[in-house]
Design a protein around this ligand. Structure first.
Ligand SMILES: [Zn+2]
Length: 96
């Protein structure tokens, strides 16, 4: 079933909002790991390897989320790095 243009734009806005939240959460967690490492008095001491491992897991989760979320609502192709994309470069659908 083909989606109408209004539906595509609404869905894109939802995906964009989720993407902003994911970016903010990822930055917060990655920076949080760095803070925990620098300030062992806050939450106790963690080994550098544990914190680097945690950061890798967080970034992998972000990449996994992005590959599921950051797709054109019309053709389901990846949207690339531009979060404010106005049209899909694959199918030409208007996104916002
Ligand atoms: Zn598309």
């Amino acid at each position: 079933m083909k989606k109408d243009p209004g539906q595509i734009m609404r869905e894109f806005t939802q995906r964009q909002n989720r993407q902003f939240i994911a970016i903010a959460a990822t930055l917060f967690c990655v920076l949080g790991c760095a803070v925990i490492y620098k300030r062992p008095d806050l939450l106790g001491e963690f080994s550098k390897n544990a914190l680097v491992g945690a950061q890798i897991v967080i970034i992998a989760a972000y990449i996994g989320f992005t590959s599921q979320n950051w797709k054109c609502p019309s053709c389901e192709k990846r949207l690339g790095a531009d979060i404010n994309r106005r049209t899909c470069k694959k199918c030409g659908a208007r996104l916002q």
